[in-house]
Design a protein around this ligand. Structure first.
Ligand code: SF4
Ligand code: SF4
Length: 339
């Protein structure tokens, strides 16, 4: 690792690297805290793949799950669902035992008390009109409600899923979020219900990528994205590797159907498991049971892809800086630095 040593002679890179090193390595999982949701968005991976068809456990099962994961050494939990804000006592239990973040649709405000430093990703799919039409048949101003719930809330960042044909809305949406006192992380819409046209991921994300890059320049301290990372997700390319199941790093390592892939030799996150809402069974990955990986543009999974691939990024100082800033971004978003 002599290259690493030489890159770290740069005081700025050294500072970032040291902050991450002090925060420590992550042993992460994801868990569906509930199988219920107060919305039915078009193209939600959760309901598209029937992940809600699960036997509802009792609270003791949840407490046992927490203890099992603590003894397994888990130190970071991505809380998903279903809608986690519908089960706040469970969110608190995870928060009290692990580093974590939570994904919410923003309709129920997650209270401050007892969750003061919880990173909250509030999902949004477009401007008020687009978001409402895709998530509430145009009948409810979901974006407006979430803006009110998270106004000036330092815990909240917007997790903005953009479809290929909606690049023209990005500036308006980002400006609204920034004026609300929040930061923005991007996601890329997958169109799992086959809406087609402007929603179809097969149209490519070139225009979306350009617009996100422009937002990074326009609001450098508000966009939780680097140009490099934007490119990796939107093109599915990482230094010669092409995104897909064979290189995906966030696969449940105890899931039988993944064993062949895990033995192939490509890197993966050795601790990771995506738990269902029964708090015991796992599935292939956080975002899928048997969906096509071609449709996967999930930002968190791509974070892992970059983060696990340090060696690949040691070929030049620029590649290393791209790896390091992506790592830093992940740790920053999740409140892991300077704890
Ligand atoms: S809010 Fe989230 S979990 Fe609920 S239906 Fe929409 S995408 Fe799915
Ligand atoms: S859907 Fe995405 S996260 Fe799941 S296995 Fe495929 S590439 Fe990985």
């Amino acid at each position: 690792m002599s290259q690493l040593k030489s890159y770290l002679e740069d005081p700025f890179l050294y500072k970032l690297y040291e902050e991450i090193r002090r925060a420590g390595s992550l042993r992460s999982i994801s868990v569906d805290l509930t199988s219920e949701c107060n919305l039915r968005c078009k193209g939600c991976y959760y309901f598209e793949e029937g992940m809600d068809k699960i036997t509802i456990p009792d609270e003791k099962d949840f407490d046992d799950f927490i203890e099992r994961e603590k003894s397994r050494g888990t130190n970071f939990v991505t809380i998903v669902g279903g809608e986690p804000s519908m089960v706040i006592p469970r969110v608190k239990k995870i928060y009290n035992n692990f580093n974590c973040n939570v994904a919410t649709n923003g309709l129920i405000k997650i209270p401050y008390e007892g969750l003061e430093n919880l990173p909250i990703g509030v999902s949004i799919w477009g401007n008020q009109e687009t978001d409402s039409s895709m998530r509430a048949n145009g009948k409810r101003d979901l974006f407006g409600e979430a803006l009110t719930n998270y106004k000036e809330d330092p815990r909240a960042f917007w997790y903005y899923a953009v479809a290929p044909g909606y690049a023209n809305e990005i500036e308006e949406v980002v400006t609204t979020c920034v004026n609300n006192g929040n930061r923005v992380l991007f996601n890329y819409y997958s169109d799992l219900t086959g809406l087609g046209g402007k929603h179809d991921y097969r149209e490519g994300f070139d225009e979306v990528r350009k617009e996100i890059d422009r937002m990074i320049e326009m609001y450098p301290d508000k966009i939780l994205m680097t140009s490099y990372f934007n490119k990796v997700i939107s093109t599915g390319e990482l230094l010669g590797e092409k995104w897909g199941y064979d290189v995906c790093t966030n696969l449940s390592t105890d899931y039988k159907e993944n064993q062949e892939r895990l033995e192939e030799g490509n890197l993966f996150n050795p601790h990771f498991r995506a738990y269902n809402a029964d708090f015991s069974t796992t599935r292939r990955c956080c975002t899928g049971v048997d969906r096509s990986c071609d449709s996967c543009f999930d930002t968190w999974e791509h974070f892992s892809w970059v983060m696990v691939n340090l060696k690949k990024h040691l070929g030049s100082k620029e590649d290393f800086a791209n790896w390091l800033t992506t790592m830093y971004l992940f740790y920053f978003i999740n409140g892991l630095l300077n704890k």
